[in-house]
Write a protein that binds this ligand. Structure first.
Ligand code: 7MK
Ligand code: ZN
Length: 880
């Protein structure tokens, strides 16, 4: 058992750095058995620090120190302290040069933090605190320096040597070695440092900026991936243009590089001028990537590119401010995605992720504000709250200020803070200063954790023609936070008449006709809005376009939901009404006998949907998806997973059985012909036909079986091939399933991204992914413990998506997960900590489940030598 507890770090204890680094000169000598790193720092005392006599404190992790020299003189052992996690030099002048030489072993680095090897190439991941695994350094984002990096390596094994900035020198060395030197003119924190060395092919392109500068664009990938770069390269160019047009942001170096690596803890990283991507988030071809993968790649390429301004030119003062760059950048990439595709579908996807997963996080033991007040291990705070809720907060500012003022605010922010490390408060202040709006109360969105609940009631005074809408807001307690204050919530609403037409929203006291939609600004615990001049009791359309990340409770009748589902002019709310109706129907069947009646109006509603010739097909495709099990669990008090699974299954089968002909029609209507296209229409069409296929195979339809087999054989793209495979795998045609899985694997066994899909189709299926099958997937030759994507696609997908199997009432799913977490904790603690998530919300589940989940957590807690990462998640989850 561990003896030392990890430390908690508090925002309130922030102090400016005692020393600043103006320049860093790095020299890497890369060898097969390790790497030598010579670092020369130009350091001076920070004039803003009050702690004048402070020792120089440099962070370090897993480093072997070879030597330290100060202003050219080698220090002897008594002149510095080489601790496990730091190098301390007690006495230093006000200004000096420090040279530190360390030895590291990238080939043995399984944590994938710092410098490591992935399929024969060297690469780095330094955010948040990986640079300290490379050399001793003040590894905090408010220390910004100019970097010069020389890399030396064997020329034939590592012909490509990359780092941040522009290449300034290169040449050959003795013994078949060579070097390249890079210089980055922009001061940056160490977390943005990157290095890549490998035998990679180079894809070239170029971009001309708005001011006419020519930028070289480069992608570096392993030779076998050369044909999977085009889409990302195009997405990059679209992102660069978009950031110029929408935010006035021009690229600033002469070269922009993207590298793909197979072993990567996260999706991608915005290192200055040298973005590094997880292969699965950048490589794609029509034959190997699904529509969802293309969309994800476009969004991530944009996200990393946009960081060049929101993150790199203006960075975070400390890691409590992580959402400063992440929330803003997610908002920017989602605006971009909306512009490139279907805005309504984009909004639906954002909101589903938020409502399913972020709301769950906000209601669980790891709940934290968008700007947390404390943490133990920062890598545990790359969360949906920081990213997605953070983006929603920026979106609300955007909507409160309006497009034009928001742009003025972002211009002011970038101009005022260029080259600085700042706080979320600085961001909000720039928005206030540019617009003249007071965002004082709005700041609570950054400080208070938890999801606000809006409870809405209404009454109609027929005689007076007055409709009263009462809105109460409350914010649940979260760990360490109680009795919270009301927040400033933009609440977009509309009112519909019985003919389906929007009614004017004229507030009492106002003269003329009101607008057809209003954004009500909630600031108090309770508001009552009175709308006048109404001829009849309206149907309210609430929280249009998901105008705030909140839960809304209103006693909708099924009649009203059906009405909104077909009449609401707000596409998002149309979808939402359908979801609420389906949730209501499924919930009413939870725990009921299998012969209980399924709401007949639901079948009618889905039939009308399938036959609606006017409806936007992309919206139709979304509306056809039933609420996920994860969402149904999130909505319940103490979830009985098996009962929820059965109820949902019942509704799905009932719909499929009663709409068989309509589904077959839908399939035929959407049988694409012609070339594969990535337009919203074509994507919607593939989604519709694959949904229809999935439903029909779910009820064992033999005509659909033939269609699925044909589609599986002849598909010219991965969306359709995988759609057919998924339908077959989730059917009861066990033999066809096995055959299709085998054929698919044989065809794509050389492609890791497709093998990951193959794993996840099985791991997510309650037919093909029961625990024994999961265990045998982990014995498969393509499974690799050292590769995070493989672990995620089997273990992560099983526990996160195959909920009925994972929550097997016998508790074996939890035991299994605990076992995998313990196993991974030694080699890759970041991934291990992320895998714990499906155990953390044990209090959310019905008694039989929760006690066994708790036992599994305790088992992890008791593992010897637990990492700080897993320690924090497990202890917070078990705390009362
Ligand atoms: C996205 C950090 C990086 C979680 C989601 C990303 C990470 C973790 C990409 C790694 C990113 N800065 O750009 O946000
Ligand atoms: Zn990011």
């Amino acid at each position: 058992m561990r003896t030392n507890q990890p430390q908690t770090i508090y925002l309130s204890e922030y102090k400016v750095p005692e020393y600043l680094v103006d320049h860093v000169d790095l020299c890497f000598e890369l060898f097969e058995d390790g790497a030598r790193v010579r670092s020369t720092l130009t350091v001076r005392r920070n004039p803003e620090s009050t702690d004048t006599g402070a020792p120089l404190h440099l962070h370090g992790d897993s480093l072997t120190l070879e030597s330290v020299a100060l202003d050219g003189r080698v220090l002897n052992a008594g002149e510095f302290e080489d601790a496990e996690d730091a190098l301390v030099v007690p006495s230093v002048p006000a200004q000096f040069e420090l040279q530190v030489v360390t030895w590291i072993e990238p080939q043995n680095n399984t944590r994938l933090e710092g410098l490591y090897k992935s399929s024969g190439m060297f690469c780095t991941q330094c955010e948040a605190e990986g640079f300290r695994c490379i050399t001793f350094y003040p590894d905090r984002p408010d220390v910004m320096a100019r970097f010069r990096t020389r890399i030396e390596a064997d020329k034939s094994a590592y012909p490509v040597l990359l780092s941040n900035g522009n290449p300034v020198e290169q040449g050959d060395l003795e013994q078949g070695r060579h070097f390249v030197t890079w210089e980055d003119p922009f001061p940056k924190p160490a977390y943005l440092f990157a290095l890549v060395a490998g035998d990679l092919v180079e894809k070239k392109d170029a971009f001309t900026t708005c001011s006419g500068r020519q930028i070289d664009l480069r992608m570096y990938v392993e030779p076998r991936n050369a044909s999977k770069c085009d889409f990302a390269m195009d997405a990059l160019k679209r992102s660069m243009r978009w950031d110029e047009e929408v935010y006035g942001r021009e690229y600033d170096l002469d070269i922009f590089m993207i590298v793909a690596v197979d072993d990567f803890n996260m999706g991608a990283m915005e290192n200055k001028g040298l973005n590094i991507f997880n292969s699965s988030c950048v490589l794609a071809s029509q034959e190997t990537a699904t529509d969802a993968a293309f969309q994800r790649i476009e969004a991530i390429v944009a996200h990393e590119y946009f960081h060049n301004w929101s993150g790199n030119r203006v960075t975070c003062r400390d890691w409590f401010q992580l959402s400063l760059k992440e929330g803003f950048t997610v908002f920017r990439d989602s605006q971009f995605s909306a512009d490139m595709g279907s805005p309504t579908v984009n909004r639906i996807d954002n909101a589903s992720l938020l409502r399913t997963a972020q709301f769950a996080e906000d209601a669980g033991p790891m709940a934290h504000p968008v700007r947390p007040a404390s943490y133990m291990e920062i890598s545990n705070f790359y969360t949906l709250t920081i990213y997605e809720k953070g983006a929603e907060v920026v979106r609300m500012i955007h909507n409160l200020l309006g497009e034009e003022m928001f742009r003025k605010g972002s211009d002011l922010y970038f101009e005022r803070h260029d080259g600085q490390a700042v706080t979320t408060d600085d961001f909000v202040r720039a928005m206030e200063d540019a617009s003249g709006r007071d965002l004082g109360q709005f700041r609570l969105w950054y400080e208070q954790a938890g999801t606000p609940v809006l409870t809405v009631t209404d009454e109609f005074d027929e005689a007076a023609g007055v409709y009263r809408l009462t809105v109460r807001q409350s914010l649940p307690d979260t760990p360490g936070q109680t009795n919270k204050k009301p927040q400033h919530i933009p609440f977009a609403v509309g009112l519909l008449g019985s003919d389906g037409q929007p009614l004017p929203l004229q507030l009492s006291g106002e003269q003329r006709d009101g607008p057809r939609e209003r954004v009500l600004e909630l600031t108090e615990a309770e508001h009552c809005f009175e709308f006048q001049g109404l001829p009849e009791r309206p149907v309210p359309s609430l929280l249009r376009d998901f105008s705030a990340p909140v839960r809304v409770h209103y006693p909708w009748t099924r009649e009203q939901l059906l009405f909104l589902m077909s009449h609401d002019p707000d596409g998002f709310n149309r979808w939402d009404a359908g979801q609420r109706l389906a949730v209501d129907v499924i919930q009413s069947l939870v725990g009921q006998s299998p012969s209980a009646e399924v709401e007949p109006r639901l079948v009618d509603a889905y039939r009308s949907l399938l036959q609606d010739g006017e409806l936007d097909q992309a919206l139709m495709a979304k509306m056809l998806q039933l609420p996920s099990e994860a969402y149904l669990i999130e909505l319940s008090e103490r979830a009985d997973v098996a009962a929820i699974h059965q109820a949902r299954e019942r509704v799905l089968r009932h719909l499929a059985e009663n709409l068989r002909n309509e589904l077959l029609d839908c399939y035929q209507r959407n049988l694409g012909s012609g070339d594969y296209e990535l337009t919203p229409e074509a994507i919607a069409s593939r989604s519709l036909r694959n949904t229809a296929l999935g439903w029909l195979l779910h009820i064992g339809d033999t005509e659909a079986l033939a269609l699925a087999e044909a589609q599986f054989e002849s598909a010219d793209n991965m969306t359709d091939r995988l759609g057919a495979l998924r339908a077959l795998v989730n059917s009861d045609f066990a033999e066809v399933r096995a055959g299709a899985l085998e054929t698919f694997y044989k065809r794509f066994s050389e492609d890791p991204q497709v093998v990951e899909l193959w794993f996840s189709v099985q791991a997510s299926s309650d037919r093909a992914g029961q625990l024994p099958q999961i265990r045998s997937l982990m014995e498969h030759p393509a499974f690799d413990w050292k590769n995070p994507n493989k672990v995620r696609s089997v273990v992560g997908v099983f526990a996160g998506q195959n909920l009925a199997a994972y929550h097997n009432p016998d508790g074996t799913g939890y035991e299994f997960l605990a076992e995998q977490v313990c196993r991974l904790d030694d080699s890759n603690p970041q991934i291990a900590a992320r895998l714990v998530a499906p155990l953390t919300r044990w209090r959310k589940f019905a008694a039989g489940y929760s006690s066994q989940m708790k036992t599994a957590l305790e088992r992890i807690r008791d593992k010897a030598g637990l990492s700080n990462d897993v320690y924090e998640v497990v202890h917070k989850s078990l705390a009362d």
